[in-house]
Design a protein around this ligand. Structure first.
Ligand SMILES: [Zn+2]
Length: 161
């Protein structure tokens, strides 16, 4: 994470003491917490039980398939963020429902954790855009190569419950 390289206080520019779990400013005493980056996505099925996926145009997992997803902006409602990302990537308007699960996503890039929501289509026309190279519905027994293992898990749980 880039913030682990923080050396000087962003408030007063004094040097940070990085010996503890969180850097502490030697000047003003401020603790510099690392903010998690929150990813959100939707599990959407069509009338035939097929799963909505997008082919990722950006890394990680570029070229592979994943749930419509993206990052929550500052002060944004996570459900509205999930609906916004789905609209941007697939052209579909969705109503976002319950959380399917929360997935930790360790690694050098992407989110700190990922919230997968159930959602249903309420409007729009399927057309890939923004970060998505393609968008389509797939049967659960014919899924394409997936970028994240959480996709398969979330799809299975959303159907099972
Ligand atoms: Zn300071």
């Amino acid at each position: 994470m880039s913030s682990s390289a923080l050396v000087f206080c962003t408030a007063c520019a004094a040097r940070l003491d990085t010996s503890g779990q969180h850097p502490v400013c030697t000047g003003c005493g401020r603790t510099h917490f690392r903010d998690p980056k929150v990813g959100v996505g939707v599990v959407v099925h069509d009338a035939h039980g097929r799963l909505l996926l997008v082919r990722r145009g950006v890394g990680p997992g570029k070229g592979l398939w994943a749930l419509p997803a993206g990052f929550v902006d500052a002060d944004e409602d996570p459900r509205l963020a999930a609906a916004r990302e789905t609209r941007e990537e697939t052209g579909l308007q969705v109503e976002v429902g319950a959380v399917v699960d929360v997935y930790p996503t360790p690694g050098p890039s992407g989110a700190s954790f990922f919230l997968a929501f159930r959602a249903r289509v309420v409007g729009g026309e399927l057309a890939a855009a923004d970060d998505a190279l393609d968008a389509a519905f797939f049967g659960l027994d014919e899924l394409p190569e997936l970028a994240f293992e959480s996709t398969r898990d979330a799809a299975r749980r959303a159907v099972a419950s």
